[in-house]
Design a protein around this ligand. Structure first.
Ligand code: ADP
Length: 455
């Protein structure tokens, strides 16, 4: 069921029930008021009759009947009965109407002095009237024709009011729910047209600060993030395939040449060596790609206390093993008296990747293949700088080099894929740290990593 219909039904049910309760209460109150008013009139009629009959000795009972019948205020189906001390009927007004009475009604009147009751459709009032030491019981009964017709009228008005009220409520409910949810329907049709090709589409945020506006703003933010990551993935795939194509094309032509039987053993050997280089390049590339696509979780699962100097020494050892020509020196800026100052909470293999990449770059991009690593700390952070005296980075590239696959022009002659620094940045940020770079072309670069320590 559509929300619009649901809201309209709920709204109508609530207002309809309120109207019904309201009508019922009005009808009940009016019924009670009519009844009470009629009992009062019967009571005064009974008292008047009794006074005339008992107090005025001379009055003729037949004359009283005529007076009773013709009184201007005569009530419909009126009947008055008067009983003496022995419950004997002493006077009865008109004969065309009957009051059903019995000894218990008379006894009740004697006991309570005044009783209101009803007999079929008629209201009956019984009262004890005392005169000259004698107790008379007067029963007066009549049918409240006007009151009942007013009640029927009121009932009709309330019924039709209720039906019309519910109808209006249903229409208003449909109208207001439609009005309130109109923008949502608009969103639905807009959203259903969004595909991978038009991720730039945005919802209308004109509704300002209301819930619909907030929904549109949140959706737009999500679309922005999706667009960004989609763009990143697209550029990743195109870069990756480009990087893969070059060594593969080289491999293909090398294999084709080596299939030529006229080549000498030495020539075959030379081709095989080239093939080996290309294969090594492919392995390095796939390692880099693995680094970047390896899902870096939004929080570190295997967080442990890691001594940063240990990690730096491990990175140094690993690098020297594969590239013995590199020269890497590691120094402390000041003696860490408290080891907590150089201990961070984090993932050791990921942190090692950071320093391996930075030290390897420093050696790779400098003619002397030398990197100087300095470990330092302040009140809150462990600081590691990796310096070189290499080719340096153009000032306009200092931010871009942290983007995946970005490489400065001056670095293109040196092998690389532009992946390492973006991975370093993601890992450092995952550890709530920061990475900065300072550089001067032809003079060298200095990368600084700040990681919050545990103390
Ligand atoms: P790669 O070194 O494989 O190209 P990185 O992501 O590690 O990828 O580095 C990105 C770019 O940043 C490099 O291509 C290079 O232009 C620049 N760069 C990084 N480190 C240095 C450095 N120590 N000296 C000079 N340029 C650097």
């Amino acid at each position: 069921m559509k929300i619009q219909t649901k809201i309209a039904i709920q709204f109508s049910l609530i207002v309809g029930s309120l109207l019904a309760v309201f009508s019922f209460v009005i009808y009940q109150l009016f019924a009670e008021f009519r009844e009470q008013e009629y009992y009062d009139r019967l009571k005064s009629k009974a008292i008047t009759t009794a006074q005339l009959l008992i107090k005025v000795d001379e009055i003729d009972r037949d004359l009283l009947k005529i007076i009773d019948k013709n009184t201007l205020t005569a009530l419909v189906d009126e009947k008055v009965l008067v009983f003496d001390q022995q419950n004997k009927l002493f006077y009865s007004s008109l004969d065309d109407h009957v009051i059903h009475y019995g000894n218990d009604l008379l006894n009740r009147v004697r006991k309570h002095k005044y009783v209101e009751t009803s007999d079929e459709e008629n209201e009956v009032v019984g009262l004890l009237y005392e005169l000259n030491g004698q107790n008379y019981i007067i029963l007066a009964s009549a049918y409240d024709k006007f009151g009942h017709s007013k009640m029927a009228n009121l009932r009709d008005i309330l019924y039709s009011g209720l039906v019309i009220g519910i109808l209006i409520t249903v229409l208003l409910g449909i109208f207001f729910a439609g009005n309130a949810l109109g923008p949502v329907n608009q969103f639905i049709s807009q959203i259903s047209t969004i595909t991978a090709n038009n991720l730039r589409e945005r919802l209308d945020e004109r509704h300002g600060k209301d819930e619909i506006g907030q929904l549109a703003a949140a959706f737009n933010k999500m679309m922005y993030r999706l667009e960004q990551s989609f763009e990143l993935q697209k550029s990743f795939v195109s870069h990756a395939s480009h990087e893969l194509r070059t060594p593969l094309a080289a491999l293909k032509s090398e294999v084709e040449i080596s299939l030529d039987e006229k080549l000498s053993v030495a020539q075959h050997r030379g081709i095989l060596e080239n093939i080996q280089k290309d294969i090594n390049r492919l392995i390095a590339l796939s390692n880099s790609l693995l680094q970047i696509v390896r899902p870096l979780k939004s929080s570190i699962n295997s967080a442990a206390e890691v001594r940063i100097d240990d990690v730096v020494f491990q990175a140094q050892d690993d690098l020297l093993l594969s590239k013995p020509e590199y020269r890497i020196s590691v120094e402390y800026a000041k003696e860490p008296e408290n080891e907590k100052h150089i201990t961070v909470l984090g993932d050791e293999p990921l942190l090692k990747t950071v320093f391996t990449n930075l030290i390897s770059n420093a050696c790779k991009y400098s003619a002397n293949h030398q990197a100087i690593v300095i470990i330092n700390f302040n009140e809150t952070h462990t600081l590691v700088s990796v310096q070189d005296e290499g080719i340096g980075i153009p000032a306009e590239d200092l931010t871009a080099i942290f983007e995946p696959f970005y490489r400065s022009k001056n670095a293109l002659t040196i092998s690389g894929f532009g992946v390492g620094l973006s991975v370093c940045k993601r890992i450092v940020e995952l550890h709530k740290g920061k990475i900065h770079v300072e550089s001067q072309l032809q003079h060298g670069s200095k990368f600084l990593v700040e990681l919050p320590h545990i103390s």
